[in-house]
Design a protein around this ligand. Sequence first.
Ligand SMILES: Cc1cc2nc3c(=O)[nH]c(=O)nc-3n(C[C@H](O)[C@H](O)[C@H](O)COP(=O)(O)OP(=O)(O)OC[C@H]3O[C@@H](n4cnc5c(N)ncnc54)[C@H](O)[C@@H]3O)c2cc1C
Length: 588
Amino acid sequence: MASNGVLDARERSATLSRLAAERFDVLVIGGGITGAGAALDAASRGLRVALVEARDLASGTSSRSSKLIHGGLRYLEQRDFKLVYEALRERDLLVSKLAPHLVKPVSFLYPLYKKVVERPYVGAGLALYDAMEGTRRPVPHHRHLTARGALRLAPALSPARLAGAMRYYDAQVDDARYTLVVARTAAAHSAVVATRVSAVSVMRGPDGVRVTGARVRDEETGRSFDVSAETVVVCAGVWTDLVHELAGVRAGYRVRMSKGVHIVVPRSAVQADTGMILRTDKSVLFFIPWGERWIVGTTDTDFTGDRAEPAATEEDVDYILAAANRVLVRPLLRADVIAVYAGLRPLAEAVGEVNGSKGAKGAKPTTKVSREHVVDVPVPGLASIAGGKFTTYRLMARDVVDAAVADFDRSVPSSVTEQLPLLGADGLVGVRAGAGRLAEDCRVSRAAVEHLIDRYGTLAGEVLDLIRADPGLAQPLADGYPYLRAEVVYAVTHENALHVDDVLMRRMRLFIESADSGTGVATEVALIMGRLLGWSRRRRAAETRRYLERVAAEQTTPAGGASAVGAGVAVPGVAVADAVLAGVAAAG
Ligand SMILES: Cc1cc2nc3c(=O)[nH]c(=O)nc-3n(C[C@H](O)[C@H](O)[C@H](O)COP(=O)(O)OP(=O)(O)OC[C@H]3O[C@@H](n4cnc5c(N)ncnc54)[C@H](O)[C@@H]3O)c2cc1C
């Protein structure tokens, strides 16, 4: 059972039986960071909680962000002081106490190009940014640099107009892994977490008004059943309006979708020992260090297409390359691009404010829409939330659960998540110090143990236990990448991975890190998963094919069918996917 925070995909039918049989205090719809956070917030207050996610945990926006835990420097300029203040407080809480194994400080260089005007302006902004932090200060204070100092840190910058730079600190996270760990921590507090289960309508009480649960569909089998709950909490991100529709409610806000695209390039393509942030005409562009890669982005444009598969267009990639190349001494080329991914920001706007999401005259540009969150209770028994940022998920979760339980006829404790480290955080210092001994005991390299601690914190021991039982699992999954075969097993037995894309896109990040999007190891992953989940040969082939199709869908512009990285330049993953797909099809 899940009380130790294990989400074992092999026990899915028992999980669904519990969903159908038990009566819950809170049913959360949506397993992105907001829903996982709401499940944890409610479960840690002692409530009986269920969470249903239509696809995989974090498969929506929560695996497609810039992966920063930050105050958001640009929101200062928009005078969104409350948002920045709250986000910085949250950043420091996560880095120092709740999730030091997952949220890590990262430095950014802010190059200055206008000698006199820019430094005092940016300097004052950063001083305010630093001042808004709590007293704990787990990340260093900002610093002024000369042009020469900036070039020492980032030789990739063109010296041409460079007048100097500022260096400041924020934090970064693997967003999908973080979401998973929040959901597992909720499960450790007895929440029932089920993926590939969609809410399809809501149930009403005897008065015909109060929402008393939801009818859900198991997306693996097509079977539908009811889940009873005293209150339903909608955390459906860009799907929120659709969930309001299926519930037959009119909320006081609507969600506008803004697409953000990132490209991934090798570390060697941009010589710098720090992340970088550049001003662009519309917003900012980040260079974010990501292991042996850079994540570069993002864009911010209205979107009206398929929510499940937002694809990048050629224009998106061109825009990012052009913005980056304005400051680089060696331009980034299309050939440098390893991967492209797109995500949709769920921007909440009060109903009267939504004046043309298709870009009608007078519509606010998406860059100017506030990133603050909105909570609404459109009908008794149903609370919903949208907007906000990954960084502030804990506050969002607290606020929506407060609203959801406000009319309970008993008192419900206040949120305790400020005091609640996530699974894998407690005892981290000791585990890090003992890495050498662990490596000797398990006969694996120290680098492998450090990789596991970096990803799982103190839960790394659970992955190492799998290796002790079967030393073959210590083998790397893919050449040149640190992931071990044991991590595929662990993804199934502890992290609820049901399909190959769950593993390659979210439990590990080969989809965005590898030039072939992980397609080259899809068959191997299906083999390892299949042994645990009882897949036949035919099923393994189907699962492999399913992954290749997902890769192709994400990297192709739906409207024009053009390659995301431009005509004549193949996205490597798509090329390999097509080849392997042809092979699987030929094999029958
Ligand atoms: C390009 C980009 C960059 C960003 N960068 C940052 C950043 O650096 N830092 C930061 O703090 N924030 C960032 N954000 C914002 C942040 O990523 C989002 O605010 C956050 O991930 C939204 O999470 P969510 O849980 O609300 O939505 P989602 O993650 O989309 O989750 C909603 C879930 O609901 C599920 N669902 C929908 N309908 C149903 C149904 N009927 N039944 C069951 N489940 C359903 C979906 O499958 C989905 O998984 C960025 C966003 C984008 C797009």
